[in-house]
Design a binder for this molecule. Structure first.
Ligand SMILES: Nc1ncnc2c1ncn2[C@@H]1O[C@H](COP(=O)(O)OP(=O)(O)O)[C@@H](O)[C@H]1O
Ligand SMILES: [Mg+2]
Length: 249
């Protein structure tokens, strides 16, 4: 099967200033494949490079080295062909919304950009945003802002959705709601890369997990093998930190 997303040898680093030789490493040689129908979780501590990888994989920030292919298209060479194929749900849901527009106007703008998918009315209905259709982003709760960004992505109807910490800052019940809304779009053609440092959440949502540390993917396995003895020590540490232990069956 052809991967929906394929990344090879991704490297990214930043100079901390021309006067200083020190560099910050974002990606230190990342290989990644995601197939149609998959929901893959990308976990790792803060600063491990998850957001850098998400942005680089969608062609939103330049790479020092490496190649990416989304449904056979290189996002770094053909960025304008990517939006209908792949979308990034940004970590900071509030910041990506136009503060001057109402919820309905924000979604209508997306619908104009991606004609022929669902209607704005349907999306407002399904995301339970109808009562808030006339509100502006500053008047919305964190969960409502997430649902608006999800609505924008639904209207784009991409094959690949990369969701960067989609539940950050939400309470437990709202987290589940957002993840269930995301997963409600699963299909054999679509793929999801769910980025989170919330291990229980990715365990619930994903069939396969990738673990990042210091710009590298150091472990990758089917979710059911999280507690297998061959897991990388860092993966085991993430489990312990999250208070997770294997359950007896
Ligand atoms: N624009 C930037 N300039 C310099 N360093 C950056 C930039 N963006 C990210 N970094 C650094 O790259 C590393 C990975 O960051 P990030 O991808 O945001 O991690 P994560 O999403 O896993 O928390 C961190 O050390 C971060 O400080
Ligand atoms: Mg991040």
């Amino acid at each position: 099967m052809t991967p929906l997303l394929s990344a090879r040898g991704l490297h990214k680093r930043w100079r901390q200033g021309w006067w200083r030789p020190a560099e910050t490493v974002g990606l230190a040689g990342v290989d990644l494949e995601l197939f149609p129908g998959e929901v893959v979780g990308l976990i790792g501590e803060s600063g491990s490079g998850k957001t850098t990888l998400a942005r680089a994989a969608l062609g939103l920030s330049a790479l020092d080295a490496g190649t990416v292919s989304i449904h056979g298209i290189d996002p770094h060479k053909n960025r304008r062909l990517i939006p209908p194929l792949a979308q990034l749900l940004f970590q900071d849901a509030g910041a990506s919304l136009n503060p001057g527009l109402t919820v309905r106007a924000i979604l209508e703008e997306s619908a104009r950009y991606f004609p022929g998918t669902e209607s704005v009315e349907t999306v407002l209905e399904r995301l339970d945003l109808k009562p808030r259709a006339h509100a502006r982003p500053s008047e919305l709760s964190g969960g409502e802002r997430r649902r608006v960004t999800l609505g924008q992505v639904w209207l784009a109807n991409p094959l690949l959705l990369v969701a960067d910490e989609p539940t950050a800052g939400l309470d437990a019940s709202r987290k589940g709601e957002i993840i269930d809304l995301l997963l409600s779009r699963r299909s054999p053609e679509r793929g999801f890369l769910l980025i989170s440092h919330d291990l229980p959440l990715v365990l619930y949502a994903c069939q396969r997990l990738l673990v990042m540390q210091a710009g590298r993917i150091i472990d990758g396995f089917p979710t059911r093998e999280l507690f297998a003895p061959q897991r990388h020590p860092w993966t085991q540490k993430l489990c312990i930190n999250a208070g997770l232990e294997p359950t007896c069956s």
